[in-house]
Design a binder for this molecule. Structure first.
Ligand SMILES: *Cc1c(COP(=O)(O)O)cnc(C)c1O
Length: 366
């Protein structure tokens, strides 16, 4: 048996006929950018989340960049974000000239809400919440703090399509929910794609203008905008996948339950759940002090694993200008050394899950 960390072809095969017929329909339509497929998808995705508006954009990173910009956050402003996130969350802040202020994660791998208040200053404008690996962050505390200090909330939901906190969908707690539909995400396109979600009509109108060259009608350019549109092909294919998102998330949930119930090995720590939160299991991430050995062992059994993420943003080459020394974020840095993502994907076969569990249970240091 050979087990990849992800198998995008399996996800395609699950609904091959529907994807194929939608692709041909879009090709035949003769309309490829800003059309009916996008409008339909935006409506369906907003409905799925219980949000008022959705604006399709070109990527998750663009959604983050646009959210920060539309809230007028820039040079001289600070945005609070967790240290152990993907680089894109931080780029959404810094590409607008604003400064990221990192907060350590809790044992659920999300921002430690109890450590936010001590990092708030006069310059703080927003809290960017990343629902990492698919699990919702502790939104009751975060919403309370945002009210108390008059801060915006921007949610990075690139990994959390359908995850809830106290029965409310991630992406609907603040000014903007930012989604990625990168092919590996729970709701994945067949190329790059993303979306902004908001309940604020004014922000919605501004987002539509910003994504399309700053234009509200042909040849009128109100602001210096971007070209960040979600094309008709991706929108059509995403609406096919969105129809099945509940069963797709359920399947990931079933795999994670099997890992949770059947993996027994004192050398690893399985993921834990925050009270009130659900996870859509974008990744199943264990912690282990014996990571290098475990990776080698699993590789020898033909099981691939991944690390999300081995270098935290503050230590990456691209952010040396922030001048945040190693040792400044000890929990974040420790997590970078011990997290490991096990294979989990739609279309994973029962015998593949069995095999991963068996191999991990047999892992020893000798
Ligand atoms: C994937 C991802 C992004 C970026 O999405 P793209 O569509 O690749 O630009 C942002 N934040 C997180 C947490 C992600 O996992």
């Amino acid at each position: 048996m050979n087990i990849e960390c992800n198998r995008l072809d399996r996800g395609y095969q699950l609904y091959k006929e529907e994807f194929d017929s939608k692709a041909i329909e879009v090709l035949n339509s003769g309309w490829y950018i800003l059309g009916r497929e996008l409008e339909n998808f935006e409506k369906q995705f907003a409905d799925f989340l219980g949000a008022k508006y959705c604006v399709g954009v070109a990527s998750g990173l663009d959604a983050l960049i646009m959210a920060v910009r539309l809230l007028d956050i820039g040079k001289g402003d600070e945005v609070i974000v967790q240290g152990n996130t993907y680089i894109a969350s931080v780029m959404g802040i810094t590409l607008n000239g604003a400064t990221p202020v990192f907060v350590e994660p809790n044992k659920y791998n999300n921002i430690d809400a109890d450590k936010i208040e001590e990092r708030i200053t006069e310059k703080t404008k927003a809290i960017m919440v990343v629902h990492l690996y698919g699990q919702a962050s502790k939104m009751d505390t975060i919403v309370r703090l945002a009210h108390k200090y008059n801060l915006q909330i921007i949610e990075d939901c690139a990994q959390s399509h359908g995850a809830t906190f106290q029965n409310q969908m991630t992406g609907t707690f603040g000014a903007f929910g930012c989604f990625s539909f990168y092919p590996t995400k729970n709701l994945g396109a067949f190329g790059d794609a993303g979306a902004l979600v908001t309940d604020n009509e004014e922000l919605y109108q501004k987002a539509k203008i910003l994504r399309n060259y700053g234009s509200d009608r042909k040849n009128h350019f109100l602001i210096e905008g971007m070209n960040s549109r979600l094309d008709e092909m991706q929108a059509g294919l995403l609406s096919v996948r969105l129809k099945h998102i509940k069963e797709l998330n359920m399947e990931r949930n079933t795999i994670s339950h099997r890992y949770h119930n059947e993996i027994h090995n004192s050398l690893i720590e399985k993921p834990q759940m925050e009270g009130g939160a659900t996870s859509v299991w974008h990744q199943y991430v264990i912690h282990t002090a014996y990571r290098t050995k475990l990776i080698e062992y699993l590789k020898s059994r033909n099981i691939q694993t991944m690390i999300h993420y081995p270098i935290p943003p503050h230590l990456s080459d691209s952010y040396q200008n922030l001048n945040i020394a190693r040792g400044s974020l000890p929990v974040t840095e420790k997590f970078a050394d011990e997290v490991l993502s096990l294979p989990i994907y739609n279309g994973m076969k029962k015998e593949e899950i069995d095999y991963v569990i068996d191999c991990i249970n047999q892992f020893t240091l000798s």
